[in-house]
Design a protein around this ligand. Structure first.
Ligand code: ADP
Ligand code: GN1
Ligand code: MG
Length: 371
């Protein structure tokens, strides 16, 4: 019988990488793609590691368009980093082509796979451990937005239409509540009540966009903490990863997602939502890190809306988890019963915690920006 290791070696043999395959394992973090880490021994005895990823076609129905975007974005960033010698500690994300020269390969058992260099000496965190990590992650995502700010927006295609269209996410939840395909609505009345009483905020950012008060930029769109590689020794953010959702979007959703993912003391899937809290010191560290790299391109309105954006995307993510729970867990990978419901509950607890502290958050942003 073929083992997982054989499968990983077979995938690796289709990429233009040198050396002899020694080992491979699955990386568990991330809700979307299948990710393998593979190690190769080179002729000189040195070890090189790579990441092989199968793009989730349920989430990204056009994987080749995702790859085109990633190729453009990584080329753009790597060219600039090289020119300016301005890097995040020396490592950037590079695609390794297939042996046929294409930027991805077709896996034996189906699916589209890509290969990246493994970012060495780093790890990702699901829960932030200290304000330095929060600051560093925010600085890296701000720098990422800055690096792609001169990439013409039409060079990056929309891979998931309406990805951060919160009103549309809300409508889909309402549809799932009405159809209730898994008979789960009866158990989530409290969550539904919490969300529906906040419907009026779902359209705030898109209304500003429609009125021309906000503009779309090339954004990352998935700036959660475990999408940035952090140096194990120094806690420095070395490299932003997970570029699948890089597309036109609002910078505010990226900032808000940082707060969502890097301020709570417990994981996104904590079963006791009373432990969730938006911790102000983490918020402040994220504002400082983000504005250090992003303040030069953000407008005053964007800066004013930073705290609001954290509340909005936490609500949006709660809506998405609840919708998936009601629809039968078809989108986010789950590892236990009610996993998406637990995730939804932490998001809603975060919304509440942000609401309780929104004024202090805004005061801090204004003070920091004036300074
Ligand atoms: P998903 O969309 O499933 O979240 P990611 O691209 O975020 O996929 O990858 C999942 C995990 O794999 C990341 O959280 C990280 O731990 C690891 N990973 C991905 N790319 C790299 C890389 N180039 N170097 C090191 N680890 C990586
Ligand atoms: C997914 O791919 P991953 O695990 O980094 C999702 C994000 C959600 C996040 C919630 C393409 O991120 O939008 O905010 O889960 N990515 C996609 O943890 O839907
Ligand atoms: Mg990820």
């Amino acid at each position: 019988m073929k083992s997982r290791k054989d499968d990983i070696a077979a995938i690796g043999s289709q990429f233009a990488i040198d050396g002899t395959f020694i080992e491979g394992e699955e990386v568990q973090s991330g809700h979307i793609n299948t990710t393998y880490l593979a190690a190769y021994r080179n002729e000189d005895g040195g070890i090189r590691r790579y990441i092989f990823q199968r793009i989730n076609e349920n989430v990204f129905p056009k994987p080749l368009v995702v790859m085109k975007n990633i190729e453009r974005v990584t080329n753009h960033i790597n060219r600039k980093v090289f020119r300016k010698k301005r890097d995040f500690g020396g490592q950037t994300l590079n695609l390794y082509p297939g042996r046929d020269g294409k930027n991805c390969i077709a896996g034996g058992s189906g699916g589209i796979w890509r290969c990246y260099n493994f970012i060495e000496g780093c790890k990702t965190y699901d829960v932030v451990e200290n304000t330095r990590q929060a600051y560093q992650a925010a600085k890296a995502f701000g720098a990422f937005q800055d690096l792609v700010s001169d990439l013409p927006i039409e060079r990056v295609e929309v891979t998931i239409p309406g990805f951060h269209d919160t009103p549309e996410r809300y409508s889909r939840l309402i549809k799932a509540i009405k159809s209730d395909p898994c008979d789960r609505v009866k158990d989530v009345q409290q969550e539904i009540g919490f969300i529906t009483s906040r419907e009026s905020i779902t359209g705030v950012l898109l209304d500003h966009l429609a009125a021309g008060r906000l503009i779309e930029r090339v954004t990352h769109n998935d700036t959660k903490l475990n999408n940035v590689m952090i140096d194990e020794q120094t806690d420095e953010a070395v490299c932003v990863i997970d570029l699948d959702t890089v597309m036109p979007g609002l910078a505010l959703y990226d900032f808000g997602d940082l707060i969502r993912g890097a301020t709570s003391p417990v994981a996104e899937d904590e079963t006791d939502a009373s432990k969730v809290e938006m911790r102000l010191p983490m918020f402040e560290a994220i504002v400082e890190g983000y504005l250090e790299t992003a303040a030069n391109f953000l407008t005053p309105l964007e800066i004013d809306l930073l705290p609001f954006s954290a509340k909005l995307i936490s609500l949006e993510t709660g809506i998405r988890f609840l919708t998936d729970h009601l629809e039968g867990d078809k989108y986010f990978r789950i590892h236990r019963d009610n996993h998406n419901l637990d995730r939804c509950r932490t998001q809603l607890a975060l919304v509440k915690s942000i609401e309780d502290q929104e004024e202090q958050m805004l005061d801090f942003v204004k003070k920091w920006h004036r300074a």
